[in-house]
Structures are given as structure tokens and as C-alpha cells.
Design a protein around this ligand. Structure first.
Ligand code: NAP
Length: 271
């Protein structure tokens, strides 16, 4: 029925996208990963080798890889792509808890980490969008989505003094602007660009915290509970993907959603 390209389907939220979208045998789902044999094996063992899944291999930071997988996708879809989901991201524990001022105590690490975050979470996605745009323009749905995060929301950061994830948040906020700039150019062609936060999702990043991290996590979760009295902790990836897909399906240029930065509730409520 529809064709999808999703990056970073090896694990976490990306794997949940692969599972959810390919569950409808009428869909064609192309997943982009860095290690194709490992994900092919996982598709066989956990999804019974669904025939509507194609796994392609690319490191997002290599332009040549992206160009190749765009060409390989054309062979699978006949050159028409409905949905592109930029899910893959570089996520670092370096900036998880310390404030941006404290990160300056190791300036070289700060520099290296910010470069990596901007390379993968911003620059690579700009190339991804440009390389897949000819296929999106020929598709029916014409929807391009980046999986963003509430920690890129400037007002939320200010109001709740959310000091952690500073560099990651900077990269995601920059990507939100990329969404807007693509919208500004391609609205006239009927392409919907969105940045969507999936909520706080259990993809293993909080596994085995140190005692110090546990204490900081508790303070953060207290802030989250103050922000959203309904906050009950981490969501599971499958539920998060269902919520994000609901937002994608219920958003349109006609409703004024083009270029917007939305939560999994289709508003600015991040949790
Ligand atoms: N989890 C949350 O609570 C949460 C909240 C808000 C937003 N998000 C966003 O949701 C998305 C998925 O997050 P997640 O929690 O599922 O993360 P994750 O489990 O760390 O998965 C990240 C994925 O990105 C891939 N990736 C990273 N760098 C890559 C590169 N250079 N080339 C190709 N693939 C690359 C990884 O592949 P490998 O297996 O090869 O490393 C992996 O598949 C991200 O955009 C994240 O920012 C997550």
C-alpha cells in the first residue's frame, strides 16, 4: 500500500518502526543500517524473514553510502517513495547530565562530541533528504519526518532548567530548523516535513546507570513529574512508534502542519 524508508532500524525505536510498518504485508519497508548481516539475521529470527522488508547498508556520515542506498531504494520501489523517516541519530552519554558549563572542563571532548552530533544528526540528514527527494516527489504520501526530541524545545529548557543533553539538544534543535527550511522550499510541491518527538522511550540508554547517574536521573524524573503529572517513566518503543505514526497520518500541509515540531500527542506536550 505504501513505501517507507527508515534509517537506524538495527535497534531501539528504529527496530520498532521496522516491525510496525512491515506488519502490514502490503507495505514495502526499507531499513537503513550500518551492519546489514546483523539486521538481516534479526529480521529472520524475530520477524520470520518478512518478504516486504529490504535492509540496505549505509553509514549516514558517508555521502557515497547515502547515494548508493538511494539508488538501491529506487530499484525496490520503482523510483516512487511515500515516506522517509530519519530516525537514526548519534546519542552520547558525554552530555547526558552535566550542564553546558561543566562540559567545558574537557574542551577537546566537547569539540569532538559536538562535531559528531552535528555530522550525524544534522548534516547527514540534509544529504539524506536531498538524495531521496526525487523519489519522494514521485510518491503518493510525500511525507518526510525526523525523529526529534523535546529537549530541543527552547521554552521547555528555559522553564524547567533542563541542563542535561546540551550538545544533543543543540543538534536536534538545528535539525528542527532543517525541517522548516525543507518545508519552505518544498511546500509548493506538496511535501510535508515534520520533526516529531516520540516521548521518553526505553531503548536501553538508561540501562545500568552508575549510582551518581541514578541520583541525577531521579532529579530529572522529578522535574518531568512536575511538568506532566501523568508522567509514568519510560515508554516502550512499540507504543512510541504507534503514537508517532498516528501524528504522521493525521498531519497535513492543508492543516498547517508543514515544518512543525510536534510531540507524539501532536502538540507541544513532550511527556
Ligand atoms: N529513546 C528516547 O527516549 C528518545 C527520545 C527522543 C528522541 N529520540 C530519537 O529517536 C531516534 C531513535 O533513538 P533510539 O533511542 O532508538 O536510539 P538508539 O537505540 O541509540 O538507536 C540509534 C540508531 O541510529 C543508528 N545510527 C547511529 N549513527 C549512525 C550512522 N552514522 N549511520 C547509520 N546509522 C546510525 C544506530 O545504528 P547502530 O546499531 O549501527 O549503532 C541505531 O540503529 C533518535 O533520533 C533519537 O534522537 C529518542
Amino acid at each position: 500500500m505504501s513505501s517507507y524508508v527508515v534509517t537506524g532500524v538495527s535497534r531501539g525505536i528504529g527496530w520498532a518502526f521496522l516491525n510496525h510498518l512491515s506488519d502490514d504485508p502490503r507495505n514495502t519497508v526499507i531499513g537503513i543500517v550500518r551492519n546489514k548481516p546483523a539486521t538481516d539475521q534479526r529480521v529472520v529470527s524475530e520477524l520470520g524473514g518478512r518478504s516486504n522488508i529490504t535492509i540496505l547498508e549505509a553509514d549516514l556520515n558517508r555521502y557515497g553510502d547515502l547515494k548508493r542506498v538511494a539508488a538501491e531504494t529506487e530499484v525496490v520501489t520503482g523510483g516512487k517513495l511515500d515516506y522517509l523517516v530519519a530516525n537514526a541519530a548519534y546519542i552520547t552519554s558525554f552530555d547526558a547530565f552535566p550542564g553546558i558549563g561543566d562540559l567545558g572542563q574537557t574542551p577537546q571532548e566537547l569539540t569532538d562530541e559536538l562535531h559528531k552530533l552535528l555530522d550525524t544528526n544534522v548534516l547527514a540528514n540534509i544529504h539524506l533528504y536531498n538524495l531521496f527527494m526525487p523519489q519522494i516527489l514521485k510518491g503518493k504520501a510525500k511525507k518526510v519526518v525526523v525523529i526529534s526530541t523535546g529537549v530541543a524545545d527552547i521554552d521547555w529548557t528555559n522553564d524547567y532548567e533542563l541542563e542535561g543533553n546540551a550538545l544533543y539538544g543543540i543538534s536536534k534543535a538545528a535539525m528542527n530548523m532543517v525541517t522548516s527550511k525543507f518545508h519552505a522550499q518544498y511546500r509548493k510541491d506538496g511535501v510535508l516535513f515534520l520533526s516529531i518527538c516520540p516521548g521518553l522511550v526505553d531503548s536501553g540508554h538508561f540501562n545500568e546507570p552508575t549510582a551518581e547517574d541514578k541520583a541525577k536521573l531521579q532529579i530529572l524524573f522529578e522535574k518531568f513529574s512536575r511538568y506532566s503529572p501523568d508522567f509514568k517513566g519510560l515508554d516502550d518503543p512499540a507504543s512510541a512508534v504507534k503514537a508517532v505514526m498516528w501524528v504522521i497520518e493525521n498531519s497535513s500541509i492543508e492543516q498547517g502542519d508543514g515544518g512543525r515540531f510536534l510531540s507524539h500527542f501532536k502538540n507541544k506536550q513532550w511527556l
